[in-house]
Design a protein around this ligand. Structure first.
Ligand SMILES: [Zn+2]
Length: 426
């Protein structure tokens, strides 16, 4: 199957209005109520493409105009060793990262690559701006690689403490520029910096969770799993920072229900956070749509204390229409808190039993599964998807020579708009 431009419309989940995808909207111009916009694909029954197509084997349900070279796709297999250890009979592992023997070929080691290839595939010939991405690390690495390989101008905003996450197996093309907020700042400070960059002419935000391509790129994890299971999973485990991956999983579930060939069950979202950084956990356990926002100093302190650094988003899309709260309510989901120690043990167990290393965030997800099994939240014969959002990185790094992206400039924690303008124009 060759790629042909995907047919889709864009609709607003708040007012139900339809909008044009021209100009790459990140929100609805017709209403004020906070809510996501969503792609509505022409093809209601997905046809999976061949493996050689990489991520674009899921292009029927990706809002893309063209394909890029070098993408990898999530792969799914049925677990034997970990399943046996936990007494589970129907555990499936969706693996994003580097595991060539299993067909997993994401050279940046995490499912952020799915987002990057989808977002850049959505950008047509009319895209003229420099793309701006704020990230705690993994997302920046993914976008850097995709943009470097495909000659797309990119500005990355990353906290200085996280730049060791920007490793690559070859030097990057200079269309990719890195700007940092100084040591001691966090992901939120990097987001604020990216906002100031985007206020300048010629720069445009990638949009994060609001970008339909980003969510549908992440949704391919569930499509991969449903293809392998030939069914919609009953239980879905993932560690979350912004929760965008879980929202995307829910959107994929709804499309699969509409497809009709994968069953009609809802997929219970069991998402996890890393103690002590627990704003989603706390908000959910308190109940209600309102999100408990952490103040800056508390958030930075807590973010420093967790192993899953990428799980420390202070302002996740929780309350808005189509956001994480809605997804958890609709699927009767839950949020699980995992300690650093539980995560480390779970990561080691996964490596021992399944045979590959997993990222700290993914080890949080493995630990949440172990907790849920011990608590009896999932039945032993439940049809379970474990989303390993990153893995094989240690292995990839040990097998390749590593190059690290260096910052073009390091800003203070909260630079002024003038200062940002001056540096970016230089
Ligand atoms: Zn609207």
């Amino acid at each position: 199957m060759a790629f042909s431009k995907t047919e889709y419309k864009v609709k607003c989940l708040s007012c139900g209005g339809e909008l044009s995808d021209e100009g790459y909207p990140l929100g609805c111009p017709h209403c004020d109520k906070p809510g996501f916009i969503q792609a509505d694909y022409g093809k209601k029954q997905i046809e999976f493409g061949s493996e050689e197509m990489g991520l674009y084997r899921f292009a029927d349900w990706l809002p893309v105009k063209h394909t890029l070279e070098g993408s990898g796709a999530p792969i799914t297999y049925k677990s034997e060793a970990l399943a046996k250890e936990l007494g589970l009979t129907d555990l499936w592992i969706t693996f994003n990262g580097w595991w060539p023997e299993k067909g997993a070929r994401m050279k940046t080691g995490a499912f952020k690559e799915c987002e990057a290839y989808a977002v850049c595939g959505r950008m047509g010939d009319d895209w003229k701006d420099t793309l701006v991405v704020a990230s705690a690390g993994n997302t920046a690495r993914a976008f850097a690689r995709v943009c470097s390989d495909n000659n797309i101008p990119l500005v990355l905003c990353v906290p200085e403490d996280n730049i060791d996450a920007l490793w690559f197996d070859k030097p990057l093309n200079d269309c990719v520029k890195l700007y940092c907020t100084e040591s001691g700042s966090d992901y939120f400070d990097a987001i604020a910096l990216s906002g100031k960059v985007c206020a300048l002419d010629g720069f445009a935000p990638e949009g994060g969770a609001k970008n339909i391509a980003r969510r549908d790129g992440m949704a391919t994890t569930v499509l991969s799993c449903a293809e392998a299971m030939q069914a919609i999973p009953e239980y879905y485990f993932q560690a979350v920072g912004s929760g965008t991956g879980a929202i995307a999983a829910w959107e994929a579930m709804n499309r699969l229900i509409e497809d009709g060939r994968f069953g009609s069950n809802k997929m219970k979202l069991l998402v996890s956070q890393n103690t002590p950084f627990l704003p989603i956990y706390d908000s959910w356990k308190r109940g209600g749509r309102d999100f408990i926002e952490l103040d800056g100093d508390t958030a930075r302190e807590q973010a420093e204390a967790v192993v899953g650094k990428v799980l420390t988003n202070r302002k996740p899309p929780y309350s808005l229409t189509g956001g994480l709260y809605d997804a958890l309510v609709d699927t009767e989901g839950d949020v699980i808190a995992v300690s650093n120690e539980e995560a480390s043990q779970a990561g080691a167990l996964f490596k021992e039993l399944e045979g590959n290393d997993v990222s700290p965030a993914a080890s949080v997800a493995v630990a949440s599964l172990i907790q849920a099994v011990e608590a009896g939240t999932v039945p032993k014969d439940g049809r379970i998807m474990l989303n390993i959002t990153g893995g094989g990185m240690e292995r990839f790094m040990s097998e390749h020579e590593m190059f690290f992206l260096q910052p073009t400039h390091v800003f203070s924690k909260e630079p002024s708009q003038e200062e940002v303008a001056e540096v970016l124009k230089a």
